[in-house]
Design a protein around this ligand. Structure first.
Ligand code: OSB
Ligand code: MG
Length: 369
């Protein structure tokens, strides 16, 4: 894959609605867009999903810049990459920093698919023409507020409603939503807010007919999750705890979960995401594609990944308009009846809205390879 230069752009975009999880509230998003350009003028795009503070994992927007600039780009200099799957090998000397790696690898995957003149989904081996999507609803100021938001999402056709929970905002609001909507596909995400001391609360989830409970316990745990999974009927889904195929293998062996949320950034890129997908498929473990409040480039990567066959559960890649006044891709991601039609153009399949990209760029640096 000939690459001539890499451009790093820092963007700042305001969220339409503040998004609250058990670890805090997001009002806007700062992130890096990585552009990998070849001699012919093809440009591959990647998006880093780290936040400004290290509350989801240890990475931040600032650590992304440092790692990409001082380690990952130098590792790409004076080498030739035959396939995007080789990038992981080049980045292996650098521990973790998986979101930084995923952003750069993502730009190279997009460039590769554009050079081959095929959609990124096809380059990954995906075949689904449409993908099912759900929506993730943050912690709300009141139960009434939550019920109204769920109603709107159900009316918009989202196939699965995920509700963020934390101690003090769990069984009561979930029960109210279940009363109002007895038949919806509903799940909860705790973002690591509980410990086994609260197992009695977590056991009450079994009465709510949830599709799953996502990451109830510590961000770095797979042992206590196995204890919990034995004690409850609701399937446990791991998010924060899974960074690799190896983590996946161990979690499945221990019985820590029955479902895995795959996030490209959290596992270091599309290549590792696909490996985890393939392994889960062999093991009979369903997967779905998580979200990190991405802008259009990240969303496009999520859509491409979700075309693989074991993404049997709706993902969190909701429509651009739920997050942004204006997205950086054209057309923006739209959802009809809970479904996204997978784009068929080469690479990520969406054009970049260059004016929007420029408008949201607050810093820019360029490196020759
Ligand atoms: O745990 O899945 C998560 C948002 C920010 C950080 C972590 C998570 C989330 C979401 C929203 O649940 C996903 C999205 O809508 O992009
Ligand atoms: Mg989660």
């Amino acid at each position: 894959i000939p690459i001539k230069k890499i451009r790093l752009r820092k963007l700042n975009m305001a969220l339409i609605n503040p998004f609250t999880t058990s670890f805090g509230t997001f009002n806007d998003k700062q992130f890096y867009i990585i552009e990998a350009e070849d001699e012919q003028g093809h440009v591959g795009y990647g998006e880093s999903v780290a936040f400004t503070s290290p509350w989801y994992n240890e990475e931040t927007v600032e650590t992304n810049r440092h790692i990409i600039k001082d380690f990952l780009i130098p590792a790409l200099q004076n080498t030739t990459i035959k396939h995007p799957a080789d990038v992981g090998e080049l980045f292996k000397p650098f521990r973790r920093n998986l979101m930084a790696k995923a952003a750069v690898e993502g730009a190279i995957w997009d460039l590769f698919a554009k050079q081959q003149n095929i959609p990124l989904s096809a380059a990954l081996g995906g075949q689904m023409r449409t993908i099912d999507v759900g929506v993730s609803i943050g912690i709300k100021p009141s139960i009434e507020d939550l019920v109204n938001t769920v109603r709107k999402s159900v009316e918009q056709g989202y196939k699965r409603i995920k509700i963020k929970i934390k101690p003090g905002w769990d069984i009561t609001p979930l029960s109210r939503v279940r009363e109002e909507f007895p038949d919806i596909d509903m799940m909860a995400d705790a973002n690591s807010a509980y410990t086994l001391d609260q197992i009695d609360t977590l056991k009450q989830l079994d009465d709510l007919n949830l599709t799953m409970i996502e990451q109830p316990l510590a961000h770095d745990d797979i042992i206590d999750h196995a204890t919990l999974q034995k004690a409850i009927n609701t399937p446990v889904c791991l998010d924060e705890s899974i960074h690799s195929l190896e983590d996946t293998r161990k979690a499945i062996e221990l019985g820590s979960c029955r479902i895995i949320n795959i996030k490209i950034g959290r596992v270091g890129g599309l290549t590792e995401a696909k490996r985890i997908h393939d392994y889960c498929m062999e093991q009979g473990i369903d997967v779905w594609c998580g979200g990190m409040l991405e802008a259009g480039v990240g969303r496009a990567h999520n859509i491409a990944l979700t075309t693989l066959p074991n993404f049997t559960l709706p993902g969190d890649t909701a429509a651009s308009s739920l997050y942004w006044h204006q997205d950086i891709i054209s057309p923006e991601v739209t959802v009809q009846n809970g479904v996204i039609h997978v784009p068929t153009k080469p690479g990520i399949g969406f054009d970049i809205d260059v004016l929007a990209l420029e408008k949201f760029t607050v810093e820019q640096e360029e490196f020759s390879l």
